[in-house]
Design a protein around this ligand. Structure first.
Ligand code: SAH
Length: 258
């Protein structure tokens, strides 16, 4: 019995054991005792996670995969969450415990998984995942390039991001159309900002909403004082700003008195 790959669930099953092992070995295992795998499918990664000293939980939306896992991984049965990860209240489900996340992610929801990690950052010290290569590069990239964007700034504000390796389509069944890339994100020791975090998210999202415009134009809706709008930083476009500069900009906007 195997699981029939379903396109609408983004199912591309990894067939290379060495790559599975390398992904499982990428977690630092520091600062948590529990790991949640998103989308285990037939468990190619899961079997290596189960050899570790932390406790492995999995969340899988596909009933056919869940049946497969229950038959092939008898010890896992109580730790299978049959649910859509995007609907999981991570902190409530794990009683406010620190939990790392891992997975060969369904590509159609991979950006949403990262946004969810950011939302629950107080509980997620680490995330290791396989993404579509382009998305992985976008998350890891520094300022000064077209591929640097909202996900890069928001993730790097709270996590150290490393691009580990590229994975070709040939090691999946069925092969996806694109290359994949594996990332590890480790939360910073200090993962709170000295500025209003809600405002920081708004500033970053609004700035990149019109990425070819200068900040002076794209941040008009913030009704900033003329004095602040003369600050040299407002002549820049969003992709030119480092994460630190976005934080600094948020501070200036927060303190702006009209
Ligand atoms: N980890 C496996 C499967 C990867 S394919 C492997 O490497 O072979 C992606 C997996 O994510 C599939 O098993 C799919 O059913 C599951 N999935 C898709 N959307 C999901 C969601 N919203 N929540 C949880 N799992 C999901």
């Amino acid at each position: 019995m195997t699981v029939r790959p379903k396109k609408y669930l983004g199912q591309h099953f990894l067939t290379d054991e060495t790559i599975a092992k390398n992904i499982a070995n990428a977690l630092t295992e520091k600062g948590y005792n529990d790991v949640l795998e998103i989308g285990p499918g037939m468990g190619v990664l899961t079997k290596y996670l189960l050899q570790k000293k932390y406790k492995t939980h999995v969340i899988e939306i596909d009933p056919e995969s869940v049946d497969y896992l229950k038959v092939h991984f008898l010890n896992l049965a109580n730790d299978i969450i049959e649910k859509d990860f995007l609907k999981l209240d991570v902190s409530a489900y794990f009683n406010q415990k620190q939990i790392a996340i891992i997975g060969n992610f369904p590509y159609n929801i991979s950006s949403q998984i990262v946004f969810k990690m950011l939302e629950y950052r107080a509980y997620i010290p680490e995330l290791c995942g396989m993404f579509q290569k382009e998305v992985a590069q976008r998350i890891a990239h520094k300022e000064g390039s077209k591929i640097y964007g909202i996900l890069s700034v928001l993730t790097q504000a709270f996590y150290e991001v490393s691009y580990l390796f590229t994975v070709p389509p040939t090691v999946f069944n069925p092969p996806p159309k694109v290359d994949s890339g594996v990332l590890i994100m480790t939360r910073k020791d200090v993962f709170t900002l000295e500025v209003d975090e809600t405002l920081f998210f708004r500033v970053v999202k609004t700035s990149f909403g019109q990425r070819r415009k200068t900040l002076r134009n794209s941040l008009k809706s913030f009704n900033l004082s003329d004095k602040l709008r003369e600050d040299a930083i407002f002549a820049k476009r969003p992709e030119q700003l480092s994460v630190a500069q976005f934080i600094n900009l948020t501070g200036k906007i927060q303190n702006d008195a009209i």
